[in-house]
Design a protein around this ligand. Structure first.
Ligand code: NDP
Length: 454
């Protein structure tokens, strides 16, 4: 008989935790997992998946407009938010069930409760009012959406959590933030016909992304109708006679039906009892881990957003898998966090992998940049005034492609494939030797010959 109830107890049933639990069970471990909300976690329940469904929904308004140039006459289109949300919820329920079925099939014991550490080997299951013990514990609790508690009237504001379940469809929305979630929701609401204002505290949205992408996205979002206010924050949110009134630091007062904070997410470590086990956190409240996701306590590990490394679902999944292989599969795996491709489902979409031009110039002496900005073929007939951007950044000394940045239709799909080439160490000569696929937008990536700067 083992001295513990379980070989592994996982706290958090999101992407990272579920993958770790299933793989560990597959290696023969006795595994339990606890989730306080719904299995699937942020990505499946109130993040990537429902977000992308809303992005699809919001794009139809432009599709209807664009159809005219191709000879179509479309009738009066109308949009039913309640129906969309009900359909989206049905899909999320299905995925939630798939997650639970997969855990069950893997032989993982599931608890629907909040779980907190009582000491280094035992976990309190709150709604069951008991505790269990485990040889290993994995913290996979993700992150929580922030609001600015210093803004008077903050209680009137929502985060992305609530945006997926609004009872009433808003006519006017004001969003704070300039990151992934703010630009994605600005596009969603704007596409659905909502008067949308995005308020960002610095000079240009998507800090950390390539400068050309940031400028181009700002331009295209503005053309589509999003009002982007920079250099300002909310100073007050109040209920007025005409919905909510948001006061900006510049003095302007905006009327809105919903006010949303998309100002980042903090690692969800509070109240978890980590101090009872002596687990160290960093200055931002993230669990500190080594390359194998091990905390300072030998048998306690952490994966995903709670560790604040690269906060993306596929990274959490990879970290969870690597943890299980390392601890239960006798195969130590350290996750490689370099050249992680990602997409922003803004409108237009962004796909990116590798270094920005700025980062490349900081790290390499001789950088060459290839850039192409053009009207996507579809818009030659639709008449839409929209440009697509592609940028390839190369180290002249080795000819290696250091980064690729795309804004335009299907940019995320392209980034996935570019990720393989860049991970393999592709050179510009490899890109040039690759035959184009015609007529596509992606062919620009292998036909750019003249550098714009070097
Ligand atoms: P981000 O970290 O991407 O952006 C946060 C934004 O809020 C920044 O523009 C930041 O400004 C601003 N901000 C921070 N604090 C304040 C404040 N007190 N007042 C005003 N503005 C503030 O966070 P998100 O919430 O957009 O997303 C969270 C994470 O979720 C992302 O980092 C990403 O990892 C993940 N995600 C990924 C997606 C994808 O892969 N497509 C989609 C959605 C989320 P500043 O630039 O000045 O710091």
């Amino acid at each position: 008989m083992s001295e513990f109830d379980y070989d592994l107890f996982v706290i958090g049933g999101g992407s990272g935790g579920v993958r770790a639990a299933r793989i560990a069970a597959g290696h023969g471990a006795k595994v339990a997992i606890a989730e306080e909300y719904r299995y699937g976690g942020t990505c499946v329940i109130r993040g990537c998946v429902p977000k992308k469904l809303l992005v699809y929904a919001s794009k139809f308004s432009e599709e209807f407009e664009d159809a005219a140039g191709f000879g179509w006459t479309t009738g009066d289109a109308s949009f039913d938010w309640t129906k969309l949300i009900a359909n989206k919820d049905r899909e999320i329920d299905r995925l939630n069930q798939v997650y639970m079925t997969n855990l069950e099939k893997a032989g993982v014991e599931m608890f629907h409760t909040r779980a907190e550490l009582r000491d280094a080997h035992s976990v309190k299951l709150l709604s069951e009012d008991r505790h269990v013990t485990a040889r290993y514990i994995l913290i996979a609790t993700g992150a929580k959406a922030n609001v600015d508690p210093g803004v008077p009237g903050v209680k009137h504001a929502i985060t992305s959590n609530e945006a997926f379940h609004l009872d009433e469809f808003p006519k006017r929305v004001v969003i704070a933030g300039g990151g992934y979630i703010a630009v994605e929701f600005a596009g969603i609401f704007n596409g659905m016909g909502v008067e949308t204002t995005q308020v960002y505290r610095r000079d240009m949205i998507l800090r950390g992304f390539d400068q050309d992408l940031r400028e181009s996205l700002t331009e295209e979002m503005t053309k589509k109708g999003v009002r982007i206010v920079t250099g300002q924050v909310f100073t007050d949110i109040a209920k007025g006679s005409d919905g909510l009134q948001v006061t900006l630091s510049g003095g302007e007062v905006l009327n809105a039906d919903q006010v949303m904070f998309a100002i980042g997410r903090d690692p969800y470590t509070s109240g978890l009892g980590l101090e009872n086990a002596g687990v160290e956190l960093d200055g931002k409240g993230a669990v500190k881990v080594d390359a194998y996701s091990k905390t300072n306590v030998d048998h306690i590990y952490a994966v995903g957003d709670v560790t604040n490394r690269i906060n993306l679902t596929p990274v959490a999944i990879r970290e969870g898998h690597a943890f299980a292989d390392t601890v239960f599969g006798n195969k130590p795996v350290a996750v490689d966090h370099s050249n992680v491709a990602s997409a922003v489902f803004s409108q237009p979409e962004i796909g990116t992998v590798g270094l920005t031009e700025h980062q490349a110039r900081e790290r390499f002496e001789n950088v060459v940049v290839f850039r192409s900005k053009f009207r996507p073929m579809k818009h030659t007939l639709s008449g839409r005034d929209e440009r697509m951007l592609m940028k390839v950044i190369v180290d002249r000394q080795t000819d290696k492609v250091l980064g690729c940045h795309i804004m335009g239709p299907d940019a995320g799909e392209m980034a996935q494939l570019l990720g393989i080439a860049i991970k393999m160490g592709a050179t510009k000569a490899d890109f040039d030797a690759t035959m184009a696929v015609h007529p596509t937008a992606a062919e620009e990536l292998v036909t750019m010959r003249e550098p714009v700067s070097g």
